[in-house]
Ligand binder design. Structure first.
Ligand code: AMP
Length: 133
């Protein structure tokens, strides 16, 4: 079944488009964290970040950076969250690669809150060894 983003790309569902090229589109998120919250969406449907080629990610990041600059310039954003939810366990709802670009304002209270853990003993060293590239 086609994702909502495939339907948007095909023009079957309306969207407010900020950018389009052969690799991706950028649109306004329908339920913004702050107004102007944008999504950079790959034209090809990669279900997750993990599935996408580096060239596509790199190109989409370049577009995200332009949106970040525009949000600062035009909306007066003090900062942005550039986010990719990667697989359902992380909160990804639409299985089609997209980057969130969320304009943020000092004191807007919208920061997502992660509960944090602590390493005990040699755990940090062990994780470091496991994850070392
Ligand atoms: P994620 O949880 O990372 O998969 O984010 C999916 C995002 O898509 C959510 O922030 C939704 O608000 C947004 N979204 C879902 N449907 C639409 C739509 N028709 N137009 C624009 N944004 C949408």
């Amino acid at each position: 079944m086609a994702t909502v983003f495939e339907k948007i790309i095909a023009g079957e569902i309306p969207s407010v488009k900020l950018w389009e090229d052969s690799e991706c589109i950028a649109i306004l998120d329908i339920s913004p964290v702050n107004k102007g919250h944008a999504l950079v969406i790959s034209k090809k449907c990669y279900p997750t970040f993990t599935d996408a080629p580096l060239e596509t990610l790199s190109h989409m990041m370049a577009i995200a950076r332009r949106i970040d600059a525009k949000q600062r310039e035009v909306l007066g954003a003090d900062g942005t969250n550039i986010m990719i939810n990667n697989s359902p366990a992380s909160g990804q709802e639409v299985p089609h690669l997209h980057i969130h670009v969320i304009p943020r304002y000092s004191g807007d209270g919208k920061t997502p809150v992660f509960s944090k853990e602590a390493y005990s003993g040699d755990e940090a060293k062990e994780y470091g060894e496991k994850l070392h590239l």
